[in-house]
Design a protein around this ligand. Structure first.
Ligand SMILES: *[C@@H]1O[C@H](CO)[C@@H](O)[C@H](O)[C@H]1NC(C)=O
Ligand SMILES: *[C@@H]1O[C@H](CO)[C@@H](O)[C@H](O)[C@H]1NC(C)=O
Ligand SMILES: *[C@@H]1O[C@H](CO)[C@@H](O)[C@H](O)[C@H]1NC(C)=O
Ligand SMILES: *[C@@H]1O[C@H](CO)[C@@H](O)[C@H](O)[C@H]1NC(C)=O
Ligand SMILES: *[C@@H]1O[C@H](CO)[C@@H](O)[C@H](O)[C@H]1NC(C)=O
Ligand SMILES: *[C@@H]1O[C@H](CO)[C@@H](O)[C@H](O)[C@H]1NC(C)=O
Ligand SMILES: *[C@@H]1O[C@H](CO)[C@@H](O)[C@H](O)[C@H]1NC(C)=O
Ligand SMILES: *[C@@H]1O[C@H](CO)[C@@H](O)[C@H](O)[C@H]1NC(C)=O
Length: 461
């Protein structure tokens, strides 16, 4: 912990030192010119790009601070060390799958449990279990998505189970055990008359059979114009939380013979980003048609970055392999191919920089598509906050230690924080702002405009 603290404070110190340096240059004519130029450029960028502006950190110093959660962008902040606290014991909670119970699977360092997300302008309120249990009375909470959604579902069920005296009053409605392929799981909290459900739908859209006369390599299709056939079951819910992203990769699509289809036509050449956007468009129009906005609060969680590393050795090995393809004995070739192309090395502390993992094409597509939906969608923008947490992955502490995992998260852990954000936004004390990204874009536009004018003015004095 101390190592991380030191690095943080040292990086802070450097940024404080910048001001005297500026003062020294201020008298220089050149600097005036630069300032004006920079101001004009940033003004231009601000007008053109709207909310993509993150060039000036800590812009809030120039704005009027409003520390109420309603006016706070909870996704701008940092992880701060806190005294050990966890909301549940994964081993005692029957709904955490063994693969995510890192402590039970041998993880010894517990530092990864001692962090809390701290937005710049507010605090995320601590979970009040009895409050939430009452808030959910008579309600139906539904998660839809891939295994990341299942993790968050497991986390929420276990967080709330902590507040229930009679544990046997909390049960899976079909008596099913959590497993990777299962399509539906529903946990009922009998005494509070609510259920928390999970529907596995990794693409959100429908997977279909091969159309006639399709090329041989097509083994299945993804119908980008149709939502998953179980989507009717998601409709009558009070809270509906979506995600998708990790399956939109060549290894899970083209390499498996899965190609895109729109209407009757097969789209062999369509790229994954275009297909993703099309599928989200289908999702958006489904929301418009089916969701009763006076009942259902809709959330969409953005991409959760993973922390794989492509090993240098592997890169070199592959390069060599290509060059010497014909001369290497078969056995050696096989060995090279079997090398894992990426490695997973969970760290002991969160990263200080996101190394670009906070920028994600899938997340940006989600922002774009959501802007056009008239039903309020609350974006659970976890991409940036999660990008720091290279320490919180399952790593080799899963149910199968030979398989390293830098995609999924230990429970308890990061998904608990996603849930705490959702719960605080649902709580009536903190009526959350709808279409947060959009209003923020206007906000940053005005901040940029203001800053540009200030800079221009200070440059001219
Ligand atoms: C923040 O804004 C809300 C709503 O406009 C207002 O009620 C509250 O008093 C403000 N808080 C501060 C500290 O300005
Ligand atoms: C969780 O509970 C199990 C027994 O049910 C216990 O062995 C373990 O130490 C507990 N873990 C933590 C972190 O308290
Ligand atoms: C938690 O919520 C309950 C019910 O609303 C309330 O009575 C209690 O004071 C709250 N506890 C804390 C610590 O805020
Ligand atoms: C349980 O909640 C449902 C709504 O989801 C409601 O119709 C029903 O009356 C509730 N049952 C009890 C016993 O409160
Ligand atoms: C939408 O939900 C509200 C609140 O639950 C309910 O009163 C209304 O009848 C619903 N509308 C439709 C069309 O189902
Ligand atoms: C994993 O990272 C630690 C430090 O973060 C380093 O000491 C160790 O050598 C790394 N292991 C591998 C296999 O890269
Ligand atoms: C949003 O709507 C505008 C205008 O109707 C349209 O030009 C744009 O393509 C839409 N964007 C998405 C992502 O659907
Ligand atoms: C998991 O990896 C760590 C190093 O990152 C190593 O010390 C530990 O022995 C490994 N555990 C297992 C079960 O392989």
């Amino acid at each position: 912990m101390s190592a991380f603290n030191r690095s943080i404070s040292s990086s802070r110190t450097t940024s404080f030192h910048r001001t005297p340096n500026l003062n020294r240059f201020r008298r220089c004519f050149h600097f005036h010119f630069l300032l004006i130029a920079a101001s004009l450029i940033s003004l231009f960028v601000a007008i053109r790009d709207g909310y993509y502006i993150y060039v000036l950190p800590q812009t809030h110093h120039f704005s009027t601070r409003n520390t109420s959660l309603t006016h706070c962008d909870v996704y701008q902040g940092r992880w701060v060390p806190v005294p050990p606290y966890s909301l549940y014991n994964a081993t005692d909670c029957p709904f955490v799958e063994r693969g995510f119970d890192c402590l039970a699977n041998g993880r010894k360092d517990m530092n990864y449990l001692n962090w809390r997300w701290k937005p710049n302008d507010c605090e995320i309120p601590r979970l009040n279990v009895s409050y939430v249990l009452e808030m959910f009375r008579g309600k139906r909470i539904v998660f839809v998505g891939d295994s990341m959604s299942r993790t968050q579902w497991e986390s929420l069920v276990c967080m709330l189970m902590g507040g229930v005296e009679d544990k046997s009053s909390v049960y899976e409605v079909n008596g099913k055990k959590v497993s990777k392929q299962i399509r539906f799981l529903g946990v009922r909290f009998r005494d509070f008359n609510f259920t928390i459900e999970f529907f596995r739908s990794v693409f959100l859209v429908q997977q279909g059979p091969v159309p006639k006369h399709a090329p041989k390599r097509v083994k299945s299709t993804l119908r980008l114009d149709r939502l998953d056939d179980i989507s009717d079951k998601w409709v009558h819910s009070d809270v509906l939380i979506f995600n998708t992203g990790h399956w939109w990769v060549p290894t899970k699509l083209f390499d498996m013979g899965c190609y895109f289809q729109v209407g009757r036509s097969l789209k062999m050449g369509m790229s994954i980003p275009v297909a993703f956007r099309t599928a989200l468009g289908t999702w958006a129009s489904w929301v418009e048609r089916k969701i009763n906005k006076s009942r259902t609060r809709v959330f969409f969680r953005t991409f959760e970055p993973s922390h794989w590393r492509v090993s240098f050795y592997t890169l070199v090995a592959f390069a060599q392999f290509k060059i010497t393809l014909t001369r290497v004995p078969l056995q050696a070739k096989k060995k090279l191919i079997d090398q894992p192309r990426r490695t997973c090395n969970t760290t002991s502390y969160p990263m200080i920089e996101t190394d670009g993992r906070d920028q994600n094409l899938f997340s940006e597509t989600v922002f774009d598509v959501v802007k056009n939906v008239t039903v309020p969608i609350n974006l659970l923008h976890v991409t940036t906050m999660t990008a720091f947490r290279s320490d919180a992955h399952v790593g080799n502490w899963s149910d199968n230690p030979s398989v390293h995992d830098c995609s999924h998260w230990c429970l308890p852990g990061v998904p608990d924080m996603w849930n705490e954000i959702i719960l605080s936004q649902l709580s009536t004390h903190y009526e959350f702002p709808f279409q947060q990204m959009e209003s923020q874009s206007e906000f940053s536009y005005f901040v940029m405009l203001f800053l540009s004018l200030c800079l221009a003015a200070s440059g001219m004095i």
